[in-house]
Design a protein around this ligand. Structure first.
Ligand SMILES: [Zn+2]
Length: 149
């Protein structure tokens, strides 16, 4: 199914998948529109467009939302466990730091990518594809090497 954001007649717009389907596709690292193409080019960089349906995925700016939701989720999973361990065994602070800091870092790194995929899918469903204010994508000017004075 080709991406249809450029169509002018609303009756001709291609139906997008249900929000749950789009979120799951994004969380799996697949194009939220078709579920076939890859969403990421690397760990967190989005592909410019879907290789299957040509949805302009690279224009979607998730900004700080994925880290926010990652911290929210990982914090709510681990902080109660930290409190339970502290209350039950009173381990020394160095042991808390040796266990919890790496665990927070590892879980955050594991959660960040699927959460970013889901956020991008959510933004697509909301129509926040980077063109909502008529913004044109302009490639930055190439950097010039400093000249000798
Ligand atoms: Zn696609």
């Amino acid at each position: 199914m080709p991406w249809a954001s450029e169509q002018v007649a609303p009756s001709e717009a291609v139906a997008q998948p249900p929000i749950g389907t789009a979120l799951l596709r994004g969380a799996r690292g697949r194009c939220p529109a078709c579920g076939e193409g890859k969403l990421f080019n690397g760990y967190l960089r989005l592909v410019d467009e879907c290789s299957h349906c040509h949805a302009p995925l690279g224009r979607i700016r998730a900004d700080d939302a994925p880290p926010y939701f990652t911290i929210l989720i990982v914090g709510h999973v681990l902080v109660p466990i930290v409190f339970v361990v502290e209350k039950a065994w009173y381990p020394p602070m160095w042991l808390h730091m040796a266990i919890w800091l790496p665990l927070f870092a590892i879980l955050s790194a594991l959660f960040l990518r699927p959460i970013k995929g889901a956020v991008v899918a959510w933004m697509m469903r909301l129509g926040l594809t980077g063109t909502e204010q008529g913004a044109q994508i302009v490639a930055p000017a190439p950097r010039q090497a400093p000249r000798d004075a």
